[in-house]
Design a protein around this ligand. Sequence first.
Ligand code: SAM
Length: 330
Amino acid sequence: MSVPCVAVDRERGESVRSRLAEADVLDGDHQISVEDGTIYIPVTDPAAVPADLRASVVERDAAERDRPRTPAEILGFEPSLERLGDIVIVDEDDDERAREIADAVMASDIPCETVLNRASPIEGELRVRQWDVLAGNGTETVHREYGHEFLLDVAEVYFSPRLATERHRVAEQVTDGEYVVDMFAGVGPYAVPMAAHGADVLACDLNERAVEYLRENAERNGVADRITAVAGDVRELGNEYDDTADRIVMNLPHSANEFVDTAVRLAGDDCVVHYYDIQHEDDPFGPGTRALREAAGDDYDVTVETEHVVRSYAPHEHNVCLDVRLTRRK
Ligand code: SAM
């Protein structure tokens, strides 16, 4: 394609290119070329070229520049996007703007098969959200996190890529041979890395589809022999699991307090509980600590080892984690 270029001796190329950049007239969509000692620098507007160079403007074929195109470059603003495998999630209340963003994502260099917009809050006991499919058609994907891969369908199960760092923090604490109970396991983003660290994991979830994905993910990551997956209400686990756990993960932040009695029933003599909660910033750790102390009663000493803010959840509300050690009293 023929575009206006400033043609100068090759030796002057860099100084002229700098002057054109300063004048904000460089055409970044086309490639600079060199022929017979002359350099051809594409420009966007010949009239905006500095006066002493204007006589050097010629029309010339220039190849299009092969450069990454981001949604922000296409849109002219930075959209709020989240990646989950090959799905891109936008977060827009305005349907028209959501579609505009989806078109830009599909036209960009982001590897993406599907664009979704949130169509509801995370709802119900199974903590699943509804979605608008803006581009593509599948809601199943493979997401990679800290070297493990998770197959999941966002329309059928809970999964948040924002918790990757937190899950890693907890999984890193696991030592070889531990017995872990993941009370609300989802598709396995705690259970799988913990098993990979050498734990035997009992992973429970009420959502049967999540448990199917969990079993598949245990296979995919080579830890199926270390994970026992159970579909159902964790409160109904048989008493063969009582007094067994060295570590318990309680990732059901809005209602974990309803499950502290079950956690204490499952705890062995020395057990670390990772208790997730969502609380007001004025007292983010108090309610969880009190709930665990009350459930432990006289049976355990309760030591809060870590009080950790995972992320801001809403104005003045935090998603927090308490790492609490339960030590059975003799
Ligand atoms: N730990 C997973 C993760 O990080 O992706 C899932 C966390 S999600 C916030 C909570 C999970 O608890 C959901 O998958 C939901 O189905 C499950 N759940 C809710 N009530 C439950 C119960 N009574 N017993 C077992 N699982 C339950």
